[in-house]
Design a protein around this ligand. Structure first.
Ligand SMILES: O=C(O)CCC(=O)C(=O)O
Length: 266
């Protein structure tokens, strides 16, 4: 399987519309890949909070239209990263879209863990509540977004639902880059799965982005890692390696579920 992660730069000197056109052309240039991945909130920037409401779109808005067309023109499975979605009740979500090579929507995932504690995305957006997996020829994707990477129980639930390739679009800041690469490897090792983690480059709302998109195999080896600037990271991998790893080193079979919790101290 050939996957291309488009680590697009998100800077304020480019409009969302111009970036959408550029992203579509970058996707079309990946014709021949099986799977193409874009990062989180690449139209607005993950830290441009005031843009979320101003730039929010219905599910089938301009980003959906442009990415559906780009997927079908390139003939690839496309995880189109995420955009600020406004639903019919006016609530905002950080929503990712996955398209089939014919440009049909295969899945939409609303980010479950919102980042910011008591500000930013955590207060501006609503949380998703549904796990999403997508069956591709040869592998099943499990999708998560950025801050979700810090929550191993979400990834374990995706594995329980059949995921073998975990796809994580992000807008991860440079100042915590060490966590990004460490957590991507941890999620791969503990779940014996491929991790495809696609970040952004550039600086928006004063927040330099980490870049360093990374692809990790089920043994935790880094197959490819981008630098800090805009880059397309392309990697070939054999999805059957997940089954071989789980067979050879069957740690997932040794899980102990339903442990009693210690009684709270009086
Ligand atoms: O967890 C982190 O350090 C970064 C998370 C983040 O930037 C996000 O989810 O938008």
């Amino acid at each position: 399987m050939r996957a291309s992660l488009i680590q697009i730069a998100v800077n304020e000197d480019e409009t969302a519309e111009a970036r959408r056109l550029r992203a579509a052309s970058l996707v079309r240039a990946q014709a021949g890949a099986d799977l193409v991945v874009l990062p989180e909130l690449w139209t607005t920037g993950a830290f441009a909070f005031e843009e979320f409401a101003a730039r929010a779109e219905p599910l089938e808005g301009p980003t959906y239209e442009a990415m559906a067309k780009a997927a079908s023109e390139a003939g690839v499975w496309l995880h189109a990263g995420s955009f600020p979605e406004r639903d019919e009740r006016g609530a905002l979500y950080n929503t990712s879209l996955v398209f089939s090579p014919s440009g049909d929507l295969a899945a939409a995932y609303r980010k479950i863990h919102r980042f910011g504690f008591d500000k930013g995305e955590a207060v501006l957006m609503s949380a998703g509540d549904t796990l999403v997996t997508v069956a591709l020829p040869g592998t099943t994707l499990g999708v998560a977004t950025c801050y979700d990477l810090r929550f191993p129980e979400l990834f374990r639930a995706l594995v329980d639902a059949g995921a073998e390739t975990l796809v994580v679009p992000a807008g991860w800041p440079e100042r915590r880059r060490a966590h990004w690469t460490l957590l991507a490897r941890a999620r791969a090792v503990e779940n014996q799965a491929f991790v495809l983690a696609c970040g952004t480059a550039g600086t928006h709302a004063g927040m330099p982005q980490a870049g360093h998109s990374i692809v990790v195999d089920p043994w935790g080896e880094v197959l490819a890692e981008a630098g800090s600037g805009e880059e397309v990271l392309t990697v070939e991998f054999d999805p059957a390696e997940v089954g071989r790893t789980r067979e050879r080193f069957p740690a997932l079979k040794d899980r102990v579920l339903g442990l009693d919790r210690p009684a709270p101290r009086a």
